[in-house]
Design a protein around this ligand. Structure first.
Ligand code: SF4
Length: 327
């Protein structure tokens, strides 16, 4: 089975830029020139500190940005169609059918006054050419697949535990058999045991259905366990992008290196968790040079003057740092 980066490219994000525009303020450059490819069945982690643009990027890809968000440049190619060129009604067809979502905190995403079963059926009837009877049959399959049990289909979201609600959200995301699922911090609101179960479930489903997953997270442990490849974002730009082994074994960008140092070492439980000194820059007042330069322990003079380009250092390993040149 082709998996990870060996399958066909299913989504290509090219030179994607998003600004937030607020009256009387300079534009905030929330996403700058982001490019990456997602392959069939690949689990791609998108990581970085909160506020680094991960969620904005996902909302931009699916054209669900809040009113202040503007896509100023870039393409999102899905099977040769640029989603940026579709009308809003066409884009509504794309969402759920081709790409769907699992959000953090399923309670907010599920409708509290409808049963879980009815909500999943509704999503199918709205987006698939499917009869009500067929949708009901698929609902039973889906609930079994995510480990809820079809006997709970007439329960309301508040009758489920946090972990069960997240499973229901996963069933809903898979209801229309999309090629891609965005999972945005899907385990953040859950306790550690349940987090592990949800991660295990996502991995099993990916293996079974060959759905590509873009996993947005700040948890590098989850990335190491689950992902085939990783986009490391810093302040709206891609610091580094490679397969998961490369990111963890030979990180090239100083930000990735600092992030990895910040992971607690399980073999040395008394060691203090390191955090990276300083804060990311204001997006409406970016440094002239590299966005990481005010915090970078390796910065040289050029870093404060010129923005580094994103370069492919070895095949499939991209980074944007003046200190790293292609081999
Ligand atoms: Fe650090 Fe300079 Fe590389 Fe930016 S370009 S990450 S400041 S060394």
């Amino acid at each position: 089975m082709m998996q990870g980066r060996d399958g066909n490219v299913i989504l290509e994000v090219k030179n994607f830029n998003i600004d937030y525009i607020k009256k009387g303020k300079p534009p905030a450059h929330a996403v700058g020139n982001v490019s990456f490819k997602l392959h069939e069945g690949e689990l791609l982690g998108v990581v970085g500190e909160s506020g680094c643009g991960k969620t904005t990027l996902m909302l931009g890809i699916t054209r669900l940005l809040p009113p202040a968000g503007r896509i100023t440049h870039g393409k999102v190619l899905f099977k040769n169609t640029d989603w940026m060129k579709l009308s809003e009604p066409q884009m509504r067809e794309v969402r759920w059918r081709d790409i769907s979502f699992i959000f953090q905190g399923a309670m907010n995403a599920l409708n509290p006054v409808k049963t879980v079963g009815d909500q999943i059926i509704e999503a199918m009837l709205l987006h698939l050419p499917i009869s009500k009877v067929a949708a009901q049959e698929r609902l039973i399959e889906l609930l079994d697949m995510v480990g809820i049990g079809s006997n709970r289909k007439d329960n309301y979201p508040h009758q489920f535990s946090g972990g069960m609600r997240q499973r229901a959200m996963i069933a809903m995301a898979l209801a229309c058999m999309p090629s891609i699922v965005i999972a945005d911090e899907p385990t953040t609101a859950l306790d550690v045991m349940i987090q592990a179960q949800i991660i295990e479930l996502l991995m099993q489903l990916r293996d079974k259905l060959q759905t590509a997953v873009m996993l947005v997270t700040h948890d590098l442990g989850v990335v190491a366990e689950m992902c085939d490849s990783v986009v490391v974002m810093y302040s709206g730009v891609v610091a580094e992008y490679a397969n998961v082994d490369t990111i963890f074994n030979t990180p090239l960008h100083p930000y990735t290196q600092e992030l990895l140092k910040a992971i607690p070492d399980l073999n040395r439980p008394n060691e203090k968790l390191r955090s990276i000194p300083g804060y990311p820059p204001q997006l409406d007042n970016l440094p002239k040079g590299c966005r990481f330069s005010p915090r970078c322990p390796k910065a040289i003079e050029r870093c404060f003057l010129e923005q580094p380009e994103t370069l492919e250092i070895t095949p499939g390993h991209f980074t944007s740092c003046h200190l790293v040149e292609p081999k």
